[in-house]
Design a binder for this molecule. Structure first.
Ligand SMILES: *Cc1c(COP(=O)(O)O)cnc(C)c1O
Length: 367
């Protein structure tokens, strides 16, 4: 049966299906290896926050009851933590869902979103789906080109998406750079700061505190997630900090029970788990240091990271290098999807995992 023209929403023709990375179990079967190290999705290699796990255990008894659609307890705690009110907060089924909600909240056909040609693509997919236009500005020296963003603003510009730190590069935009952007963007353009790696980045004194920007500039949205730092990517929960007006509009399209009970409980547990957060951040920078040192020794160029991954130029076809790594039980992400064909994005791991990756990489590059 051929697909009849006009059956599907027309914007879908321009979108490509998501190609998922191989799950660990698949790699084990295909290559006949027992130990697989997955450094492809920026997951927390220490595991989930123990306090989150404890909270889930307690909550298990209650899963016959629908979750709180308003995520009241969590929003109260988050408001307290961030010096905001709960009306400033929207909780989503992961940061990904919040990016979808943002597109649904603002984009009419023909509206434009300014972002970089190398960044996290989820918002862009929803913008395209809704008939909006992604204006992608080339990077300038591996950084998001804020001057270029400002030059591209016109009467159709609704949103500017800043991924800070940027995925897949891992580097941050500094306070000064972000201030320059804020000062030069008209008030009616919504600035989005995707801070999925906030807790890793904030150790850099140059990293901006965007909540201060939100407090004086209502058309601002800050995204955070529990997936990376709290190690609960499998549960799906993240949140947006924004003005009360934007939060009300976003809540209209979030879906009633968008965040499940276990995720809400886990997030509350994770918020209390200072120890897990600091251990995670500490291990992250140990792992980054091992990789940076080894890349220096190998003469490989990399981007200075304040995230839980690093972007490195291995100067060979990254698809074939990643296949060779896969045979050795190591899963990484290639830069190919962003057009960076000799680059790899490698998540940080435990010291042992990081060292295994480095020795496998050395072996593969020697071939
Ligand atoms: C991981 C990530 C997210 C959101 O992740 P969720 O698991 O959906 O919360 C958002 N933005 C960036 C840049 C990310 O890397």
């Amino acid at each position: 049966m051929s697909t009849s023209i006009g059956l599907f929403r027309k914007e879908l023709a321009g979108l490509r299906p998501y190609i998922p990375g191989k799950p660990i179990e698949e790699v084990q079967k295909e290559y006949g290896i027992s130990e697989v190290i997955k450094l492809a999705s920026n997951e927390n290699q220490l595991g989930p926050s123990p306090k989150a796990v404890e909270a889930i255990r307690r909550e298990l008894e209650n899963i016959n009851i629908y979750p709180d659609p308003g995520c009241m307890e969590l929003r109260n705690k988050l408001a307290e933590k961030h010096g905001l009110e709960m009306e400033n907060i929207v909780v989503g089924n992961g940061g990904e869902q919040l990016l979808q909600i943002i597109a649904q909240t603002f984009i009419n056909a023909g509206d434009e979103v300014i972002t970089s040609d190398t960044t996290f693509t989820i918002l862009g997919i929803w913008v395209e789906y809704l008939g909006g236009k992604n204006v992608t500005v080339p990077l300038n020296g591996y950084k998001q080109d804020f001057k270029g963003y400002i030059e591209n603003i016109n009467e159709n510009t609704k949103l500017i998406y800043v991924c800070n730190p940027n995925n897949p590069l891992g580097n941050i935009m500094t306070k000064d750079e972000v201030n320059y952007l804020v000062e030069n963007v008209p008030d009616n353009v919504v600035l989005i700061f995707d801070e999925a790696y906030y807790d890793f980045a904030r150790v850099n004194p140059e990293y901006p505190e965007t909540i201060d920007i939100l407090k004086r500039r209502p058309n601002t949205i800050i995204l955070r997630t529990f997936s990376k730092i709290a190690g609960i990517a499998g549960l799906r929960i993240g949140y947006a900090l924004t003005s009360k007006d934007i939060a009300i509009e976003m809540s209209k399209v979030k879906g009633t029970f968008n965040v499940n009970r276990l995720a809400q409980a886990a997030a509350l547990g994770a918020l209390e788990d200072e120890e897990h957060i600091s251990k995670t951040v500490e291990l992250n920078y140990r792992s980054l240091l091992i990789m940076e040192k080894s890349f220096d020794e190998l003469g490989l160029e990399y981007v200075k990271s304040n995230s839980n991954f690093i972007f490195v130029n291995i100067r060979k076809d990254s698809e074939s290098v990643s296949k060779e790594l896969l045979k050795r039980g190591i899963v990484v992400k290639t830069g190919t999807i962003w057009g960076w064909n000799s680059w790899l994005r490698v998540s940080t791991g435990t010291v042992e995992q990081t060292e295994k990756f480095i020795s496998a990489l050395k072996e593969v590059l020697k071939q």
